[in-house]
Design a protein around this ligand. Sequence first.
Ligand code: AHR
Length: 333
Amino acid sequence: MKKLKGMFAVAGTTALALSLLAGCGASNSVSSTSKQGASKDHKIVIGFSQVGAESGWRTANTESIKSAAAADSNIELKFSDAQQKQENQIKAIRSFIAQKVDVIAFSPVVQTGFEPVLKEAKAAGIPVILTDRSVEADPSLYVTMIGSDFTQEGKKAADWMLNNIKSDGTVNIAELEGTVGSAPAVDRKKGFDEEIKDHQNYKIIKSQSGDFTRSKGKEVMEAFLKSDGKKINVVFAHNDDMALGAIQAIEEYGLNPGKDIKVISMDGIKDAFQAMVDGKLNASIECNPLLGPALMETAEGVLAGKKYPKWIKSEEGVFDQTNAAKELPNRKY
Ligand code: AHR
C-alpha cells in the first residue's frame, strides 16, 4: 500500500495504474494560467461547496479545510455552505465556474444528479476534486475523491456487533440512517446488511433517516421506542450525532443506553468518545474528517500536472469502551 501524506493511502498498483491512465483525460486539463499554479500575483483559487453543518464531524471537516487553506499562502479559498440542499450546491458550483476559479472541490450532499454541472466544469476547463462523499457520475468528470470507505465502515460496525453482542436468540436492531441518497447512508447500510445477512437472528426491525443530525436522531429514536421500545436490543446509527440523540431518547424513555440497548455509531467525534467513557455508547467506527491538508496538496498537484488515483482513501480505526478513555485525550475533533 503506497502512502500519501497523513492518514491516506492509495489502493493497489492496478487500481493506481488505471486511475493514472484515466487521469490523463480532458477532465484534468486546465487553462494555461492555472496550469502554472500559484504565481506572485496569482494565488490558486479553490471554490469549495460544503454539505452543511449537520454534525460534529462536518464542523471538524469545515475547520480542517478552512485552516489548511489559511495555512497555505498560495491558496485563496471561496467557501460556500449548501445547508444540506443539492440545489444550493449546484448553484455554488455554477457560481465558481462563472468566477473562473482554478479548482472546484465539493462534498456532494447526495450521490446522483451532479453530472450536468460536472460537465459544465469540464467544458470550462476547471478540475473538480471530490472530498468525503462520492457521486454516481462518469469518473472522467472529476480528478479524484479524497475520503473514507463507507461500505467498509458499515461492515466494521456489523463485525463489532457480531463479535461483541452474541446471542442465540433474536437481536433486534433499530437503524438510524443518514441523509437519504447520500453516499455514507447508502454505503454504510450496504456494508452492514452484507455482513449480517448470514446471521439470521440479527434482524433490522426499524430503519429510518435521522438526516445525520442529533435532533432528528432523537426524534426518530423516540418514535422507535414508542412503537417497539421493549423489543429493541441494538441501535445502529450512521453517525455519532444521531447516536447521541438516540442516547438521550433512550434515557428519557427510562432505559440505560449502552446496557439495556447497545448503541453503535460512526465518526469517532470527541462527544462519542466521552459517551463511550460514560458507558452510554458501545462503539464508534472512525471516519476521518481532517481532509483539508490532502485537499490543498491535491489541488496544487493537479494544477502542477500531477496525476492522481480516482480514490485517495482515509485509514481509520474502530473504538469501543475498551480503548476510548486512552484515546480521548488524543482526539483532534
Ligand atoms: O459524509 C460523512 C458523514 O456526513 C459523517 O459520518 C456525518 O457525521 C456527516 O454528516
